[in-house]
Design a protein around this ligand. Structure first.
Ligand code: FES
Length: 507
């Protein structure tokens, strides 16, 4: 199934930025040209630093371009959850820091004249049945204690007949996230902000600080790894749960919901919004979330979202389908700051479903840290809490040492005549795991009938990979690496591709 997001389908095309072809010296190297990396780059350049930003794809195409485009001070797991876990003061500081991030986006849009549809509007939490009224009420109390402008209503300002209770928080925001990031890259790029696309990082050295890529390396003073989860092997990955969710978008005929962010909670949870461009309005529904490894994944994820949308709104054919990965910290707070055991490397991860706002906040905080300016929220999100509490030196197996270099790939056995005859009944667009000499091999037959076979264990830390039929990829449940059928890394912490197995057609 072809998948692409509404944001990728509607963002104005921008010129491709160059690929790094040579060795360079800069003050700060930033890995990842999404909202986190580019926000950090913008602020560092403003302060006089020379930076280089590297991305394996086009700026914003990885995580930012697959988000919801919603910006808010609340959090997806609920402010009441944060208050229960960390106390009132910490919950207020989360809201304060996230509000500051939304303010920075608004100021940046105005200062750089970015055409990304940024709008201030309300955020809603809607109970679709009586069973979820209590959760909405609990969140309303937490929002009020966080000093947000919150209101509890008995209906919803969008056509959802079943809505029984709605929390409204005023003055939140929405935009077209990919338009924002692509235009930001264009505006800040220059002599002191070198942005390289289609440049894959192969290894990162902390001291001295060097970022290696397939074509050249960057020598620098500091490194920011802004890749959603840091690439390579890092202790923080032992504290992250990986969640996948899905999105669809279809043209909306009438019965227009009021603009706003709507989180609808009933038997399932859905995030709903509209997006209007060139006189055409789209309905965006995101949901069907699950922890990696929890459930089989297939096209029914998209069908379920479409059924929910059609139950409530008159939509045309679904034109965009996409998915996104979230990394959720076990203590429900992101990790932002200098990495454990590192002198020069900074990371930002664990944003859960709140990545556009937390990503911007991370860019602000990491720039402040590198500039030695300090930040009022440093202790709240510090990475060093990994080694400060009861997790002290209880490093799970495999995390004994941080490593930002690729693992040595194991040999992948070739498929001989026996295996090829066993696979003769594998239909096009289907996959199968087989074993050769005790080693797992992952096989996929493309639409053209050709087989592609790769190592059946993840190149990050060796977990088994599983087929993802919704997105035609091999996924690893352990830390979220995803691979194309030919073994290329699509996302996640893996640095090396899955090694291809030879097909011994002449055997
Ligand atoms: Fe870590 Fe696969 S992502 S082992």
């Amino acid at each position: 199934m072809d998948t692409t997001s509404l944001w990728k389908g509607t963002a104005a095309k921008t010129a491709c930025l160059p690929t790094l072809q040579t060795d360079l010296n800069v003050d700060v190297a930033i890995v990842g040209a999404g909202i986190t990396g580019l926000t950090a780059a913008m602020l560092l350049v403003q302060a006089g630093k020379r930076v280089a930003v590297l991305d394996a794809y086009k700026a914003g195409d990885a995580s930012t371009g697959n988000s919801t485009g919603n910006l808010y001070a609340t959090v997806d797991l609920g402010l009441h959850t944060l208050e229960e876990l960390h106390g009132l003061e910490a919950m207020r500081r989360v809201v304060e820091s996230r509000s500051a991030a939304v303010d920075l986006i608004e100021a940046t849009v105005a200062r750089l004249n970015l055409e990304c549809g940024f709008q201030r509007l309300p955020w809603h939490l809607v109970a679709l049945d009586a069973a979820h009224v209590g959760e909405v009420e609990k969140e309303a109390l937490a929002a009020m204690r966080a000093r947000l402008h919150a209101d509890l209503r008995d209906d919803a300002p969008l056509p959802l007949d079943a809505a029984v209770k709605t929390l409204v928080v005023e003055d939140q925001a929405q935009f077209q996230p990919l338009a924002y990031v692509r235009q930001l890259a264009q505006r800040i790029g220059g002599e002191n902000c070198l942005i390289f696309e289609n440049t894959r990082v192969t290894a990162i050295d902390d001291a001295p600080a060097v970022v290696h890529t397939t074509h050249g390396k960057l020598q620098c003073q500091q490194i920011v790894i802004a890749t959603h989860t840091p690439i390579g092997i890092h202790l923080v990955q032992s504290q992250l749960e990986v969640v996948r969710e899905y999105g669809i978008s279809a043209p909306l005929h009438d019965s227009m919901p009021d603009p706003g962010v709507y989180w609808c909670i009933g038997q399932e949870r859905h995030s709903v919004r509209t997006y209007t461009e060139h006189g055409r309005t789209w309905l965006v529904v995101v949901g069907s979330a699950h922890s990696l490894g929890e459930k089989e994944v297939g096209p029914e994820r998209f069908r379920n979202l479409e059924a929910f949308a059609r139950d409530h709104w008159p939509i045309g054919p679904v034109e965009y389908r996409w998915s996104a990965q979230r990394y959720r910290a076990k203590d429900k707070l992101p990790y932002i700051g200098r990495n454990v055991d590192a002198q020069n490397t900074y990371i930002a991860t664990g944003f859960s479903g709140d990545g556009l706002t937390y990503g911007t906040l991370a860019g602000m905080m990491l720039a402040d840290e590198i500039l030695g300016r300090g930040t009022p929220w440093r202790d709240l999100y510090a990475v060093e809490r990994l080694t400060r509490d009861d997790r002290q030196d209880k490093r799970p197996q495999g995390f004994e040492q941080e490593s930002s270099g690729p693992a040595k790939p194991a040999d992948t056995p070739a498929l001989g005549a026996d295996q090829l005859s066993q696979l003769a009944d594998l239909p096009p667009c289907q996959s199968r795991k087989i074993e050769i000499d005790g080693k797992p091999v992952a096989v996929y037959r493309g639409q053209d009938g050709q087989l592609q076979a790769v190592a059946g264990k993840c190149s990050h830390m060796g977990c088994e990979i599983k087929w993802n039929g919704a997105e035609t990829s091999w996924d690893c449940d352990c830390h979220g690496s995803r691979f194309a059928p030919d073994g290329r890394v699509l996302e996640g912490p893996a640095l090396a591709p899955l090694q291809a197995a030879k097909l011994d057609q002449g055997a």
